[in-house]
Design a protein around this ligand. Structure first.
Ligand code: ATP
Ligand code: RIB
Length: 312
């Protein structure tokens, strides 16, 4: 079992969340139910997941010099994420996400990225000492695309395993960037945008996944919300159903899945077992509110597995 550090490069946001019975249509105003603030951002959520599940995780990201930034930093420290390469921008505010969560736990999110868009290649280069020690890089798309491409290239140069969570997809991502990933983890709509195809059923999802394999990616792992996840490889597919729970807030479920999957693969677990474990962690997270606040610890996951008698 490898204990080499895992590197997460990505976004960090303060999530401002309103619970509402439904998500308003354009032009509509609705009276919501309650408001809460939670630490979020896809990169930070994934880093916190790895750390809470027992991994040795370094996070490279950027906050503003403001009170949200200070709170976000404290939360990373509290959860054991190593923040030697978390930097502050003097001009831009910390990233903010406005989130509406409906009665089914589904969400709608708008992000004002602020300082996240100031995360540049120099910030990644500064972390070279840790890149040389790390075994795995996990990265998403809530930071400048040039930084994503540079980070993946550098990770490849130093033989790290690379996992790209292509979220959110803003525009078509270049084939060159995708080909730098060993594993790519889109959700269904991200897969549609990347491959520019309409996905009507699982057959279409598998076909689209196979198209991405042609770029040189080893596995395409597509998350399907309450249905679970499907892994598409060269010679086989792996389907893992989601666990049955009553969702309260699905914000960050994909991040928990990605963090847990990355941790277990980097510890030498088989892909199928890592996917099973990650599906359980993500399933637990949707039963709690907030992004980082909903992430289970390893002890909580183990207790759940024992209580439910789940085979992993
Ligand atoms: P988000 O953007 O909200 O982080 P996502 O779209 O990236 O999420 P999803 O496919 O919605 O990712 O969810 C990731 C994983 O979380 C799923 O593969 C599943 O295992 C788990 N999950 C999500 N929703 C539910 C649910 N309602 N019940 C059980 N498990 C769920
Ligand atoms: O994936 C969920 C995350 O997306 C939220 O925490 C929000 O900050 C946005 O980055």
């Amino acid at each position: 079992m490898s204990n080499r550090p895992i590197l997460v490069i990505g976004s960090i946001n303060m999530d401002l969340v309103i619970k509402s019975s439904f998500i308003p249509k354009p032009g509509e105003t609705v009276i919501g139910e309650s408001f809460y603030r939670a630490c979020g951002g896809k990169g930070a959520n994934q880093a916190v997941t790895i750390s809470k599940l027992g991994g040795n995780c370094y996070f490279i990201g950027k906050i503003g010099s403001d009170s949200f930034g200070a709170e976000l930093r404290e939360n990373l420290i509290k959860n054991g994420v190593i923040i030697d390469y978390l930097t502050e921008d003097d001009l831009e505010p910390s990233g903010i996400a406005f989130i509406i969560v409906d009665k089914k736990g589904e969400n709608s999110i708008v992000v004002a990225p602020g300082a996240n868009m100031k995360l540049k290649r120099e910030d990644v280069e500064r972390a070279l000492p840790i890149i040389l020690q790390a075994g795995t890089l996990l990265i998403q798309l809530e930071i400048p695309i040039e930084t994503v491409e540079f980070s993946l290239s550098l990770a490849k140069k130093y033989n790290l395993m690379t996992i790209l969570n292509p979220a959110p997809v803003r525009q078509r991502i270049d084939k060159e960037i995708i080909s730098l990933a060993d594993i790519i983890t889109p959700n269904r709509s991200e897969l549609e945008k990347i491959t520019e195809t309409e996905l009507k059923d699982d057959g279409d999802i598998i076909k689209a996944g196979k198209k991405i394999l042609e770029y040189g990616v080893k596995w395409v792992i597509v998350t399907l919300g309450s249905r679970g996840v499907i892994g598409i490889g060269k010679d086989r597919e792996i389907f893992i159903p989601a666990i049955e729970v009553s969702p309260i807030d699905t914000t960050g479920a994909g991040d928990v899945f990605n963090g847990a999957l990355t941790l277990r693969i980097s510890q030498g677990e088989s892909l199928e077992k890592a996917m099973r474990f990650a599906v359980i962690c993500a399933g637990i997270s949707v039963t709690r509110k907030g992004a980082q606040s909903s992430i289970p610890t390893l002890e909580e996951v183990n207790n759940f597995i024992e209580k439910e008698g789940i085979e992993v």
